[in-house]
Design a protein around this ligand. Structure first.
Ligand SMILES: [Zn+2]
Ligand SMILES: [Zn+2]
Ligand SMILES: [Zn+2]
Length: 143
């Protein structure tokens, strides 16, 4: 958000790439060409134009901004050490076992214990599931 404000305040160098008679509002974050307000698409953080390559970056930015993330409280309780691959039910491999603690009210992270088939307990992680069938997730190791 902040970055976008800075960019829109930044004096545009001239006119819209598509409309030579219109003043540019800002520039496309992907191709860096300047455009007027009608030609720019507002992403969560940057502006983009409607060229195919730029739209692609725009949709990546939108997807990224929708991805759940750990809140600052959860970040402060953990270190950046992802759990690695976790095998889901009925297969031999590392698994997550619920430690029966409550979900973080801010980001929805749960605390899970990683259990290996041979070595047993491998530490506790904060985990946010990225989809409802729990096949993908992000994780950080508890301090
Ligand atoms: Zn562009
Ligand atoms: Zn324009
Ligand atoms: Zn949290």
């Amino acid at each position: 958000m902040f970055e976008k404000i800075i960019k829109s305040l930044k004096k545009p160098s001239g006119k819209c790439f598509n409309h030579p008679n219109k003043d540019a509002l800002s520039f496309c974050h992907a191709c860096m060409r300047h455009y007027c307000e009608h030609c720019l698409i507002e992403g969560p953080k940057y502006y983009y134009c409607n060229a195919d390559a730029c739209l692609k970056l725009y949709s990546q930015e939108v997807d990224y901004s929708r991805t759940p993330r750990f809140c600052s409280q959860c970040l402060s309780e953990t270190i950046d050490a992802p759990s690695g691959d976790i095998i889901s039910v009925n297969l031999i491999g590392d698994k997550f076992v619920c430690e029966n603690r409550e979900e973080c009210p801010t980001c929805g992270a749960v605390v899970l214990e990683k259990i290996g088939p041979i070595l047993g307990r491998k530490g506790s992680y904060k985990v946010i599931w990225l989809n409802s069938d729990k096949s993908t997730f992000i994780s950080r190791k508890l301090k």
